[in-house]
Design a protein around this ligand. Structure first.
Ligand SMILES: Nc1ncnc2c1ncn2[C@@H]1O[C@H](COP(=O)(O)OP(=O)(O)OP(=O)(O)O)[C@@H](O)[C@H]1O
Ligand SMILES: [Mg+2]
Length: 249
């Protein structure tokens, strides 16, 4: 499990710089699908970048299965990063490479080569996301939703324990969004992988998350099961996101 403790992140060196993350503490249970929701600038992307250590927290700890990962370096850091896959809004596929080569890319990055076994596994993953027959296509020949499914297959290549999705469906139309969300839920159910879904859409949270944390100005202002928070949001931020604010009150 992931235990985030008193996490602070300030960009730049200035003492008076605003906190992108301000004393965030949060637990993510194994096998959960956690939504992290908040307005633009609330700190959602900063939180995921800290979780996979693309960004170093200014202070605080991230403890994964009992190990503080914030101090990892070198080979240990690389091996931790392989346990934490990322799926981005803009898919992040390599345009010059085929779909199959994209899914194989994590193997290439990790070991410098792609074995027959790697290719066979990549094809299985493409099968899982329903795109095996597009293995030889190039990303530009696929729709946005299909590209995101390839990105999800690639994320699974290294058998991660965690998948971090940062606005993974924000660029997609409603039908493709649903397909991608269903796929993530199915992968969670079949493999037990823990998924953290960053989004500004309550609809996305409602569709696939079990728990939700609401970020506002770098702080967690509300958390709980999706059912509880949606039925009775307590924070102003959650009410605004759910559009349940009575502006005239
Ligand atoms: N590289 C950076 N350098 C300086 N400030 C940054 C950087 N990245 C983010 N910030 C600031 O940190 C705060 C949180 O940004 P972050 O990108 O985490 O928000 P977000 O919740 O992901 O927003 P959005 O929904 O727009 O993606 C913002 O005030 C932002 O301006
Ligand atoms: Mg963001």
């Amino acid at each position: 499990m992931i235990q985030i403790r008193n996490l602070c992140k300030t960009y730049g060196g200035a003492v008076d710089a605003p906190h992108a993350l301000d004393d965030v503490s949060l637990d993510v249970a194994d096998g959960d699908i956690l939504g992290v929701i908040g307005m633009s600038g609330a700190g959602k992307s900063t939180l995921v970048r800290c979780l996979n250590l693309l960004e170093r927290p200014t202070s605080g700890r991230i403890v994964v299965d009992g190990q503080d990962v914030t101090s990892l370096a070198g080979a240990e850091l690389r091996s931790y990063r392989r346990r934490v896959a990322m799926v981005f809004q803009n898919f992040g596929l390599l345009a010059q490479k085929t779909v199959l080569a994209n899914v194989c890319f994590p193997y290439l990055a990790a070991t410098g080569r792609v074995t027959d076994q790697n290719r066979a596994r990549a094809l299985e993953l493409l099968e899982m996301v329903g795109l095996a027959e597009r293995a030889d296509s190039y990303p530009s020949q696929l729709s946005g939703g299909q590209q995101q499914r390839v990105a999800i297959a690639r994320a699974l290549a290294c058998e991660p324990d965690y998948i971090l999705c940062d606005e993974a469906t924000s660029a997609l139309d409603p039908a493709s969004t649903n397909t991608v969300l269903k796929l993530l839920r199915q992968i969670n159910r079949d493999t037990g992988v823990t998924i953290i879904v960053i989004t500004h859409s309550m609809g996305v949270v409602e569709k696939i998350c079990r728990h939700v944390a609401v970020l506002e100005a770098g702080r967690v202002v509300e958390r709980g099961s999706v059912a509880d928070v949606f039925a009775a949001p307590r924070s102003q931020a959650a009410k605004v996101l759910l559009e349940r604010v009575d502006w005239d009150a």
